[in-house]
Design a protein around this ligand. Structure first.
Ligand code: ZN
Length: 279
């Protein structure tokens, strides 16, 4: 009999949000962290895991060579992470998504199938717009709580079809069950040693989506431009960040997680939902 937790049942997906570090786009600070692309490629190669990249439309337009470097040297795939990464959200959502699709299409020669909203800020009606724009999945929801940013403590931890969409699947970001601490490199850096010690034992969902940014791994002059509290948070444990990621990946491998990409998770879920939801 197949055990519920055989390795193929527990899946892990490493995702990178590829964007300008904190939107400092004045000369000298624009996408500074891209200086570390080669180090990052080496890191991911040494971890030997596939990578799913959510890239900002403007970043594709400004840095096509770096995008191709990642594409050619890593086992990776690309999805969309908005067009402008405008955190104020003073834009029409559909227009923003369409601009993003345009930037994506002119580089990759096809439309994106997956979307991630900046800061997990996606609202109910926007799932329907994504579906109408041809997206198969979204992976924006942190089923957690971040003061002033999101309150999703009641949201599911496993993939689901949001009420207002008919086929589009939401893949929530992974969190530690119970305490709902997101599996984001920024949280591992912030909490540091206690979480590192406990990580082998914390309860996790069967599908774990883990989130990293280049600026969680590499320090640039942009870090010094942040306001003091944010600067302290983002600089914390910076020198140990790569090692924390290595250890977390090792831990998840030893716990039987199968490492995969977002598109494979989507294909699998669609098969599972066929019949069940009549899609
Ligand atoms: Zn982002």
């Amino acid at each position: 009999m197949k055990h519920k937790y055989m390795s193929e049942d527990r899946q892990f997906c490493l995702t990178l949000d590829l964007e300008n570090d904190w939107n400092f786009d004045e000369p000298g600070y624009d996408h500074l962290v891209f200086d570390y692309i080669d180090e990052f490629i080496e890191l991911i190669q040494s971890l030997d895991v596939p990578l799913s990249i959510f890239v900002v439309g403007k970043t594709i337009e400004k840095f096509p060579e770096e995008i191709d470097k990642l594409r050619n040297q890593l086992d990776c795939e690309f999805h969309l992470h908005s067009y402008s990464h405008d955190l104020s959200k003073r834009y029409d959502f559909r227009t923003e998504v369409q601009h993003g699709k345009q930037a994506y299409r002119s580089h990759f020669g096809r439309d994106p199938t997956g979307y991630r909203a900046p800061q997990g800020n996606i609202e109910a009606g926007e799932f329907r717009i994504l579906e109408e724009e041809g997206f198969k999945f979204d992976s924006s929801i942190f089923p957690s709580y971040r003061p002033g940013v999101y309150q999703n403590l009641g949201m599911p931890l496993e993939p689901y079809i949001p009420a207002e969409s008919s086929e589009l699947i939401e893949f929530p970001l992974g969190v530690i069950r119970g305490v709902r601490i997101p599996l984001s490199q920024s949280y591992f850096k912030l909490i540091g040693t206690p979480l590192e010690i406990l990580f082998d034992f914390v309860p996790l969902p069967d599908i774990c989506i883990y989130n990293i940014h280049l600026h969680d791994l590499y320090e640039t002059d942009s870090h010094d431009q942040l306001p003091p509290i944010k600067r302290a948070i983002f600089k914390r444990n910076m020198d140990r960040s790569e090692n924390m990621l290595r250890n977390n990946i090792k831990s998840l491998k030893s716990r039987g997680y199968h490492f995969t990409k977002m598109s494979a998770l989507v294909t699998e879920k669609l098969k599972e939902y066929e019949g069940k939801y009549n899609i």
